[in-house]
Design a protein around this ligand. Structure first.
Ligand SMILES: [Zn+2]
Length: 299
């Protein structure tokens, strides 16, 4: 990114999320527990989620970066932005850290959009290769946040079948799009262009956030999808066009991505599309049978 002079973007240091911002999503006891564990020198929460002394500060900044992104989009009127922070967030449930995630950054951002900026509806697209179980769970019964996840299945954490569509008043506001191992640009770009983009138009959110993991990349060691840098750029173009139609800004929040070169190349490929002065022209994305199946389920 530095090599590309940050694509001309303004860079802002992520502030710490406040207690009030975190507690719109997480019970105080959960926040206290992470703080206490870090202050005590750290410890394991589960097999792959370990608190170290620096975790508290890092997790506050990752959530705070997502909040600052929302302020830039809904407060300062920027059309697009990217919070490139770790640790990731989409596996964190309201009361439980898991899967490298302590606070659910994108959920904290969505609640901030509602509480601080009056956004009535927020749409979250999760294209990380893993199901965003935490985000799915937090907004399961809430029609004011539409959640759409594209993820390899079966894979960690095992949640997110197509049959999970929300509950109670949130029934129909969770869209899970599991895809088999080996799926690549043809599948994921088709799902974004032909399923998610129309959903943006229909839901007309005030803000679209992306749980932007890059572990669906073909080089990623943790999963078996085959997405390329070009695929991430096409998905970004589809979302930018969809957002422009409903005049919603588009914010990306970094999640997973464990092949560092592939992660960097993917972000470098999509940044010019995300930040283009003009809305990108349509790209011909053939409709994949998995997109037809998903559309049939939505009807
Ligand atoms: Zn992931």
């Amino acid at each position: 990114m530095a090599r590309h002079d940050w694509f001309g973007w303004e860079r802002v240091e992520a502030p710490r999320a406040t207690r009030e911002q975190l507690e719109r999503v997480h019970p105080a006891a959960h926040v206290d527990r992470i703080e206490a564990l870090a202050a005590a020198g750290g410890g394991a929460i589960d097999l792959d989620t370990t608190v170290v002394p620096g975790t508290w500060e890092a997790a506050l900044r990752a959530a705070g970066g997502a909040v600052a992104l929302v302020d830039a989009l809904l407060g300062a009127g920027e059309p697009c932005g990217f919070s490139a922070m770790r640790p990731p967030g989409h596996h964190a449930e309201a009361g439980r850290a898991m899967g490298f995630c302590f606070f659910n950054n994108v959920a904290v951002a969505a609640r901030h959009a509602q509480a601080a900026h009056g956004a009535e509806r927020v749409l979250i697209v999760d294209w990380d290769v893993h199901h965003g179980n935490g985000t799915n769970d937090i907004f399961h019964a809430d029609p004011s946040v539409q959640f759409c996840s594209i993820h390899e299945w079966p894979l960690y954490p095992g949640t997110g079948p197509a049959s999970d569509t929300g509950s109670g008043p949130g029934e129909g506001y969770t869209l899970n799009l599991p895809v088999p191992a080996g799926s690549g640009d043809a599948v994921l770009c088709s799902l974004v262009e032909h399923v998610v983009a129309p959903l943006v138009a229909e839901y007309a959110p005030a803000l679209v956030l992306v749980s932007a993991g890059f572990d669906a990349h073909r080089a990623d060691p943790l999963a078996l999808l085959e997405v390329t840098e070009a695929g991430y750029a096409v998905m970004t173009a589809s979302l930018r066009r969809a957002c422009a139609e409903v005049e919603a800004p588009l914010g990306l929040v970094l999640e997973g991505g464990y092949a560092v070169d592939a992660l960097a190349a993917s972000v470098a490929a999509l940044m010019p599309v995300l930040g283009a002065a003009e809305v990108p022209p349509p790209v011909e994305v053939p409709r994949h049978p998995l997109a037809d199946e998903a559309l049939a389920r939505l009807r």
